[in-house]
Design a protein around this ligand. Structure first.
Ligand code: ATP
Ligand code: MG
Length: 212
């Protein structure tokens, strides 16, 4: 969990690499539907470009379908659930053992998002100010072009932050009262990450001990 641009994508990539989980990003799934011009993608593009959330039933169906296909491997969700009804739909199908919340000030976020470049096929993100690609405009791993997301404009970012406050903050309360929420505060992903990593190492260690 975390507001747009809080570093969910970057932290998720580090978690999945370090701990060997599968990464499911709702935003990446939607963007790949848009770039493949699927019917769903075309329908959802205008919601996304206007900084609004896509309807709960559409989103929950997409994610739960992907989770069913994962079989027994462990997974990390990024960008889902974003509303209380989505959290309830997830709970009906799976039990969530840890929720990581990245708490980054809105001021930091606005500045970050408008200087962000994305490799759409993988969701890899760069920032011209503090995490630039090796070659300007190109993805480090594939050499393919980077783009600015259509929803990373200042006005749309403001709307996305509003949607976050109104619709997503209640989800934090939902998980806080379930006792699974762990919040990490900071303005830089590189400062937050070691704390997330240490928390997950400890958590995994205690799960393994219980299993043993
Ligand atoms: P960032 O990519 O920096 O984490 P973000 O959280 O705003 O920012 P995505 O998660 O990529 O970006 O989502 C982009 C857009 O896709 C959202 O603004 C919303 O329109 C739609 N979207 C993504 N996940 C959901 C969801 N769970 N429910 C509804 N809409 C979603
Ligand atoms: Mg993201």
């Amino acid at each position: 969990m975390g507001p747009p641009g809080s570093g969910k994508g970057t932290v998720s990539a580090r978690i999945t690499k370090t701990f060997g989980l599968s990464h499911i990003s709702s935003g990446d799934i939607l963007r790949s539907n848009i770039s493949n011009k699927s019917e769903l993608g075309l329908l959802m593009k205008c919601c996304i470009d206007q900084g609004q959330l896509v309807p709960d039933d559409v989103m929950s169906r997409l994610i739960l379908r992907d989770l069913r296909a994962m079989d027994h491997s462990s997974w990390l969700l990024d960008g889902f659930p974003r509303t209380v009804p989505q959290a309830e739909a997830l709970d009906d199908a799976h039990s969530v053992d840890t929720v990581i919340n990245l708490n980054v000030p809105f001021q930091t976020i606005k500045q970050r998002l408008t200087s962000r470049w994305t490799h759409l096929p993988t969701g890899r993100v760069y920032n011209v100010d503090f995490n630039p690609p090796k070659v300007p405009g190109l993805d480090d791993e594939t050499g393919e072009p980077l783009v600015q997301r259509d929803d990373d404009t200042p006005d749309t970012v403001t709307l996305r932050l509003k949607a976050y406050e109104n619709q997503t903050e209640p989800v934090l309360e939902y998980y806080r009262s379930n006792g699974v929420l762990e919040t990490f505060t900071g303005t830089e992903t590189n400062m937050i990450w070691p704390h997330v990593e240490a928390f997950l190492q400890k958590k995994l260690f205690s799960v393994k001990q219980k299993v043993a």
